[in-house]
Design a protein around this ligand. Structure first.
Ligand code: NAD
Length: 242
């Protein structure tokens, strides 16, 4: 039970940013930390355009593994609590996730963007064909499908060195929010780590901010309030909508 509360008033606009920590209790490993994915895989070999150009089979093996391990995971109380807040606030709620899993959607969230892409979507490496739903696993070079234009089908993921998705929409929502909440992110991956500074430096609209996670993030001093604990324990009681 959480004694501190974030009160969302009738005129407040809530912006929520989530990171890998919100899915940790569902069994999806975070990137960093004791059970972090990067302890088992070398990021520089996998999550960048050069790796794709050099060894698409290895890149697909990594994302196939992540699809396989994420598919049976279920939304946890943190995802469900956020979906309930969205239900109460409607258009006054906006969720930006760095996560590529689909647990927010499976909990019922609809007003969200995946700034780093979606694990269960693929797209063409060459043409501007729309990303499409894809749960398949591609474990060999010959299994990687081709687009009708001839390009290879790649994961719909924003790799290091690529521009995150939906940034215009995200900055529009950052400009107008009155409450900014961050859940389960280490605060070192930009541009998301800089969103707190963007809202704090705005002129005209005061903002309240909070962080939820088991340890303070790298940018902890920038938040009005910090809830120390696992998101699944803290969130169901922390946000109160008037
Ligand atoms: P990160 O691994 O750097 O940090 C995870 C953070 O979550 C840490 O600060 C940790 O203290 C916190 N945390 C751990 N357990 C928690 C819990 N139960 N409740 C709340 N917080 C908890 O992850 P990040 O900051 O999101 O890194 C950004 C990158 O990680 C993004 O690019 C994102 O795409 C990627 N990522 C996504 C997933 C996913 O889709 N589920 C998984 C791993 C990494």
């Amino acid at each position: 039970m959480c004694s501190q509360k974030i009160i969302i008033g009738r005129r407040d606009l809530l912006f929520i940013l989530t990171g890998a920590g919100v899915s940790a209790e569902s069994g999806i490993p975070t990137f960093r930390g004791v059970n972090g994915l990067w302890n088992n895989f070398r990021i520089e070999e996998l999550a960048n355009p050069a790796a794709w150009a050099r060894d698409p089979e290895l890149v697909w093996k990594f994302y196939s593994y992540r699809r396989r391990t994420a598919a049976p995971c279920r939304p946890n109380p943190a995802h469900l609590a956020l979906a309930e807040v969205e239900r109460q606030l409607g258009e006054r709620y906006f969720l930006c996730t760095q996560n590529v899993d689909d647990l927010h959607e499976r909990a019922g969230s609809r007003r969200l963007v995946h700034m780093h892409g979606e694990l269960f979507k693929s797209r063409c490496e060459s043409c501007d064909r729309e990303p499409f739903d894809d749960h398949s696993e591609y474990e060999s070079q010959s299994a990687i499908p081709r687009c009708h234009c001839g390009g290879k089908i790649r994961p719909h993921i924003c790799w290091f060195g690529e521009v995150p998705f939906e940034m215009d929409r995200i900055y529009y929502e950052l400009e107008r929010c009155t409450v900014f909440g961050v859940i389960g992110t280490s605060g070192v991956v930009y541009p998301a780590a800089g969103f707190i500074h963007a809202v704090n430096q705005r002129r005209g609209i005061p903002v309240r901010s909070f962080y939820v996670g088991p340890e303070p993030p790298a940018n902890a001093s920038s938040f009005t309030q910090t809830f120390v604990g696992n998101a699944g324990n803290v969130l169901p009681d922390a946000i109160f909508c008037e």
